[in-house]
Design a protein around this ligand. Structure first.
Ligand SMILES: NC(=O)c1ccc[n+]([C@@H]2O[C@H](COP(=O)([O-])OP(=O)(O)OC[C@H]3O[C@@H](n4cnc5c(N)ncnc54)[C@H](OP(=O)(O)O)[C@@H]3O)[C@@H](O)[C@H]2O)c1
Length: 222
């Protein structure tokens, strides 16, 4: 068993999620940022790849006081669990994501001294040989009570999850800008499909700020 997994991302009109310098680009407008905060508040856990931690140093916590109170009133922790897929334990020791409620998932190949250092600031889960085994990680999260997992990128983690059939929904805000650049990260990077492309079913579209919010359901092949 695994949680319901949805990817939420913001991309430019040309499908990029940041610039070729891999620096964070503000693609969402203010209304979309509120929507993302609500999605976080409604999730049991939020997950990113270590690439996003190194590039953006996100906090991955619920920003709004009222949404944090809303969670507390329902007997939930103030913030969803924060999960980082980080096979070699490369998360910097001063990363904003660290602290109580953070789980760094590493592989058995991660250097022991890195694990030791990080374990002073968060929980460590060792899952997979050379790379974090995402299927096993999701099963572990399910056993811990995570039913709704929000994935906030980046492109490499999104690819691995989609390739392994571990995503149920993709939600993308398409912002009114062109970023360009062959090397700029896209919504889904990695190796990509050569054939048997992943099919999606359109659920809804909505105009937000000056962009478009698109929701797709991931179609399971028979
Ligand atoms: N616009 C948006 O909504 C948005 C959201 C997030 C990020 N971003 C942008 O995306 C960029 C970062 O994306 P990214 O693609 O470079 O990094 P990423 O997807 O955040 O992280 C990828 C890393 O995760 C680790 N990982 C561990 N287990 C894995 C597994 N089973 N499968 C895949 N990866 C695994 C790998 O490093 P190890 O091999 O060392 O484990 C891999 O290199 C940044 O430029 C950031 O600004 C944009």
């Amino acid at each position: 068993m695994r949680p319901y997994v949805f990817i939420n991302s913001a991309m430019s009109a040309d499908g990029k999620i940041s610039s070729s310098l891999r620096r964070q680009v503000r693609i969402s407008g203010s209304e979309d940022l509120l929507r993302v905060d609500r999605l976080r508040a409604e999730s049991d856990a939020v997950m990113v790849g270590v690439g996003t931690i190194i590039s953006d140093d996100p906090k991955l916590r619920v920003k709004s006081d009222s949404l944090r109170s809303w969670r507390l009133e329902r007997g939930m922790p103030e913030n969803p669990l924060r999960i980082v897929a980080d096979s070699m334990a490369r998360t910097p020791i001063d990363a904003e994501v660290l602290g109580p409620g953070c789980v760094i998932a590493v592989s058995r190949s991660a250097p022991a001294e890195r694990i030791n250092t990080l374990s002073k600031r968060c929980e460590i889960a060792v899952i997979g040989e050379d790379r974090v085994d995402l299927r096993e990680l999701l099963e572990m999260l399910y056993q811990r009570g995570v039913r709704r997992l929000m994935v906030e990128g980046g492109g490499i983690l999104n690819w691995s999850l989609i390739e392994q059939g571990l995503v149920d929904e993709i939600c993308v805000f398409v912002g009114p800008m062109v970023i360009g650049g062959r090397d700029a990260p896209t919504l889904v990077d990695g190796r990509g499909f050569a054939e048997k492309f992943q099919r999606l079913e359109l659920v809804s579209t909505e105009r937000i700020d000056d962009g478009l919010l698109i929701k797709w359901r991931v179609v399971r092949s028979a």
